[in-house]
Ligand binder design. Structure first.
Ligand code: GDP
Ligand code: GDP
Length: 440
């Protein structure tokens, strides 16, 4: 299945022209199913270096005027249901019409990423209409001229940036693609033992001295949830070649490398030691790299006062790791195997949140509620006026906030938004990115 991109917009904005520009002459099919889909053309082409299926919803002009709205809606709905991405086209020459606004409002409520394309922006015309188009709450307008071919590079780039969530999965083998897992933690926390327990076999050597683990770890397996997992090579799981180097330092360096490659990091704690500075540093690194984190609270078998141990950990997490608020903690014993079966379900659950995108409409209803509860503060005596939010990507969840002087938003208000987002959409334990874009 190719990723599907649908071209939407009111009649005459240039959808067909854009379709032809993007597909070239390779128009494959004209769907002649009775009903609204009759109005639809589709073709295969490459956009942003990626093979896609492109849907054109033009042709509605032929409908009697009084039903255009309804037909447009029905046809668009059908296209949106299939689309991984929508190109919403407006006419930069005529400016925004009530039809555009109604369409945009409706689109924002659909669970699909949208790129706003300001067509007929040849020459220097693009900029002004583009600015106006920010109001639609659909992100940065991309000025193009379908007729002259201007701005197509920018459109390709935007598609490449917006589509990868879907496409990456497909290119790497669809839903079967293994989850990339890193197992990080200080030497002797029990990483190798845990990996063995997960694999259910003695594939690695474990031992009591720090660093006594075998070289090489290219391991892939099917976990208890039935999904595939690939272990990202953690040099921390390798034999330490240069023991003269401080162990903490090595472990961090190795973990950084693994964190860059993984999707979810399991931070293994020695429950007898708890979460110390070294572990906090690793967790913060994971957060900074945008990875989802799950804590494996290992050696739980050896802990005498479990209530106290758990409370100690929770206190540290609350006080020192607010950016990963609510992350999953799975007490287990890698050695006896107890509790190990709970780890991968927790990893999968966190992974799902990390991948989650909130439809723009839902996001903006939340955003408005946040703004009305607490308006952004004055900065230098002037109000920051926030207008709307979008979530252009997940992995990790990334929210972009638009508004006048949005870049000047103070840290505590950003935190208010991030925490509110986490709570409203129930996203514990995943890094959340907040970006701001100023509009005039
Ligand atoms: P659709 O109804 O949205 O599919 O729009 P069409 O692709 O049929 O285009 C509507 C009109 O706009 C046609 O007369 C096109 O020639 C014109 N048009 C399309 N793209 C451009 C463009 O980039 N610049 C200008 N100036 N006109 C365009
Ligand atoms: P790594 O350096 O993080 O890979 O740690 P290892 O897996 O080599 O384990 C270090 C030591 O901790 C070994 O002596 C293990 O037997 C011990 N260990 C690992 N998991 C557990 C556990 O769940 N309970 C107890 N009591 N000891 C464990």
């Amino acid at each position: 299945m190719l990723p599907t991109i649908a071209i939407l917009g009111r009649p005459n904005v240039g959808k067909s022209s854009l379709f032809n520009r993007l597909v070239g002459r390779k128009i494959a099919i004209v769907d002649d199913t009775p009903g609204v889909t009759r109005d639809r053309k589709e073709g295969e082409t490459r956009i942003g270096g990626r093979k896609v299926r492109l849907l054109d919803t033009a042709g509605l002009e032929e409908a009697p005027p009084e039903t255009i709205q309804g037909r447009m809606r029905a046809s668009s709905e059908a296209a949106v249901r299939e689309a991984d991405l929508v190109l919403f086209v407006i006419d930069a020459r005529s400016g925004l019409t009530p039809g555009d606004r109604a369409f945009a409002t409706w689109l924002r409520r659909q669970a699909v990423p949208v790129l706003l394309v300001a067509n007929k922006a040849e020459g220097r015309l693009g900029t002004q209409a583009a600015l106006e188009a920010y109001e639609l709450g659909l992100g940065d307008p991309i000025p193009v001229s379908a007729e002259h071919g201007d701005g197509m590079g920018g459109l390709h780039d935007a598609v490449r940036e917006t589509l990868p969530e879907v496409a990456a999965e497909e290119e790497e083998g669809g839903p079967d693609r293994p989850l990339r897992l890193a197992i990080i933690g200080r030497p002797n926390a029990g990483k190798s033992t845990l990996l063995n327990a997960l694999l259910g076999e003695e594939r690695m050597i474990t031992g009591p001295e720090p660093g006594l683990t075998r070289d090489s770890v290219a391991v892939e397996w099917t976990d208890s949830t039935g999904g595939k997992v690939r272990l990202v090579d953690t040099a921390g799981l390798r034999k330490k070649a240069r023991i003269e180097q401080a162990l903490e330092k090595m472990s961090a360096a190795a973990s950084i490398a693994a964190l860059k490659e993984c999707e979810v990091a399991v931070l293994v704690l020695d429950a007898l030691l708890g979460m110390e500075e070294q572990e906090l540093r690793l967790a913060r690194l994971a957060e900074r790299e945008g990875r989802a984190v799950v804590i494996a609270l290992n050696k739980w078998d050896a802990v005498e006062d479990r209530t106290a141990a758990r409370k100690r950990l929770d206190d540290v997490l609350t006080a020192s790791l607010a950016q990963l608020k609510g992350l999953s903690v799975v007490p287990l014993s890698a050695q006896t195997g107890r509790g190990v079966e709970k780890l991968m379900p927790a990893v999968r659950a966190t992974y799902a949140l990390w991948n989650r995108r909130i439809p723009t409409g839902e996001l903006n209803r939340w955003f408005e509620a946040m703004l009305s509860r607490h308006a952004p503060p004055l900065v230098d005596g002037r109000r920051i006026k926030l207008r709307y939010a979008t979530m252009p990507k997940a992995r990790p969840p990334t929210v972009v906030v638009f508004g006048t002087r949005a870049e000047e938003l103070p840290e505590d208000y950003r935190r208010y938004l991030v925490n509110g987002f986490r709570e409203a959409f129930d996203m514990p334990g995943v890094p959340v990115r907040l970006q701001t874009r100023g509009t005039s």
